[in-house]
Design a protein around this ligand. Sequence first.
Ligand code: MN
Ligand code: MN
Length: 460
Amino acid sequence: MERPNAWKQYKKTDNHKLEALADAYKDFLDHGKTERECAAYAIAALEKAGYIPLDQAISQNKKLKAGDKVYLNQMNKAIVAFFIGKKPLEDGMNIVGAHIDSPRIDLKQNPFYEDNGLALADTHYYGGIKKYQWTARPLALHGVVVKKDGSSVNICIGEKESDPVVGVSDLLIHLSQEQSAKKLSEAITGEDLDIIVAGKPLAGEEKEPVKAFLLKILKDEYQIEEEDMISAEIEAVPAGKARDFGLDRSMIMGYGHDDRSCAFAELQALLEIKTTPESTCCGMLVDKEEIGSVGATGMQANYLENAVAEILNLMGDYSELKVRRTLRNSRMLSCDVSAGFDPLYASAFEKKNAAFLGRGVCYNKFTGSRGKGGSNDANAEFIGKIRKIMDDNKVCWQTAELGRVDLGGGGTIAYICALYGMEVIDSGVAVLNMHAPMEVISKADLYEATKAYKAFMLNA
Ligand code: MN
Ligand code: MN
């Protein structure tokens, strides 16, 4: 039952393709550090491949048919792309869905204050993080500031070599006797994650001169007033680029492999499909998974359903029943990362049912925690079909559970899509240090995930 190591099977052409894919992926990570940046990257790639905005098709009342490519842009944070196939839509689609939000530190709406010669930004972290991992490291600020007149300013500070970075301080070891005695989860609190952003007073300013200097910079360089922060989304993320990891360059270390490794593999797989598929292929890049898939851009919003209704309408074939049949008859890979087995923390795993780096794309029958609570549980019939598709297409794959029983757990978007009655299984890339500022994946697993998602879209 032990799954083979993917690297052992590779020939020269595989290695070339794998490295080219890894390079493209690193570029995606470097340009996609927020959900908005990932969505913009996806839109550019999709439009280059001939996908048109669904809203444009709607406003022009464009007749859609097999071979047409459209995408929905949900508030610049979630994208759903469709390559319309030859079979009727109501026979169901082959859907792959990943999320493009990652754990990070968000600036509050009233962030800036001055304290003893330093200006700081107050924050509220996003998603599950081990807070101590985010201190004493370079952070970059990414996001958007929207003004009252509706215009917006994109922010990206800390990625160019010449850019300044910001960061959260940590107490020096010499004075950490009390902090070190605390539980790991309590040593750094959420309110301790304030970011130092400036340290020089504005000449001639008496009251809060350092903050005044900061506000002057924001005004001079970005035309932003302090009050504009109320309608801003600024995310502090690890500064710097994704890099090869390991002396053999077999892995990649970077920010946001969860879940941008799957998002990239999915997008790549969809873009590799050039001729009209039999079943409609659907690629989803969704937001807010890390905080429960909530809000208008999270999977719980009905934009997939709405987009299907619009497409059926533009195909001249709309009915409420057909929307329901399309969704119920669909097959889906919920693409999200899996916990990679870590030899330093072996006791957190049950080795026969763990995901190993380098053994290919990973399938999780269920996720959840404590007796599978909150889980989607993929049907055995569907898994049988997946096994055949993977083996027929020479994909290297493995199966896993997220860690030892009763140790913890996690969820994905699978259970939400399953609400339509479609077949769904979790599938993804194994990650080390999941949710840390810098995560690690194997290039082989990214390569196999891309192969798997393409094979699924064409054959499910
Ligand atoms: Mn995830
Ligand atoms: Mn996650």
